[in-house]
Write a protein that binds this ligand. Structure first.
Ligand SMILES: [Zn+2]
Length: 257
């Protein structure tokens, strides 16, 4: 599976990127509809302002936004730049997955996981929830993929360690930790195993503290301001996926010196 149909490498990368854009387009649908408990497969995309169905030729990721000048063809209402940005970020992540893993089981797994992390980030940022429709299938798929990636025992340990730690934090902080965060980290643990889920938690907590402190300084926000934890956990998970092995072996080598 080294090369797809023996195409030149740049052509293969271009195909992966275009595939990534379509996944990014579907990610936008999920970001917009999952919090409203709407179907992600039906009906087709509509303008969020005038509700006019979007024609196929106006629904091409990123390119349609550029051609339409960021405006709806029917009502002329501005289309948020967030849509093409999500498509672009998802596409670049999928290309990064391809660079790291080539065409492999890992590619298949993380080409699903990485867009899901973007979806979680956007929904949690906007609505302060991580929907069960993502986390519950995520736990099941996490075990399935984790069995292959980390081994069944490591996968189970990751699930128990991640979920258990966050459950404990939720009890101790009396609601300071959301149920969505617990299910999310349990799924990440099942997928990545116990070492990497610890890494995710350390990275997420560190990033969250830095951004939280920066916001307190810049916006003069007090401690009561709720910053969703999901986006930081998602970024931590992405770092663990791409650099987890290196970071863990770096950490272990400093321990043994
Ligand atoms: Zn419109």
């Amino acid at each position: 599976m080294e090369t797809l149909l023996n195409l030149p490498y740049p052509v293969t990368v271009t195909f992966v990127f275009l595939f990534g854009l379509t996944v990014g387009s579907f990610s936008n649908v999920c970001i917009y509809r999952l919090p409203k408990k709407e179907s992600v497969s039906f009906p087709g995309s509509r303008c969020t302002a005038c509700n006019t169905p979007i024609r196929a030729m106006d629904n091409i990721p990123v390119f349609s936004y550029l051609i339409l000048g960021g405006k709806c063809r029917s009502c002329g209402e501005k289309i948020s730049i967030v849509y093409p940005l999500v498509e672009l970020v998802v596409a670049l992540l999928i290309v990064a997955v391809f660079f790291k893993f080539g065409f492999s089981w890992e590619f298949l797994i993380f080409a699903i996981v990485c867009p899901t992390l973007v979806i979680i980030t956007m929904i949690d940022y906007e609505h302060k929830i991580i929907p069960d429709r993502i986390t519950l299938p995520g736990i099941v798929l996490g075990f399935g993929a984790g069995w292959y990636l980390a081994g069944p025992i490591n996968s189970l340990l990751g699930f128990l360690l991640g979920g258990g730690l966050f459950y404990l934090l939720a009890v101790l902080s009396r609601g300071g930790m959301g149920g969505g965060d617990i299910k999310f980290i349990a799924a990440a643990g099942a997928l990545l195993g116990w070492q990497k889920v610890l890494l995710v938690i350390v990275l997420g907590a560190t990033l969250g503290s830095i951004v939280g402190l920066a916001l307190m300084v810049v916006q003069n926000k007090d401690r009561k301001t709720q910053i969703p934890f999901g986006p930081f956990l998602a970024v931590g998970t992405l770092i663990a996926i791409f650099f987890g092995e290196d970071l863990i072996s770096m950490y272990l080598s400093t321990m043994t010196v």
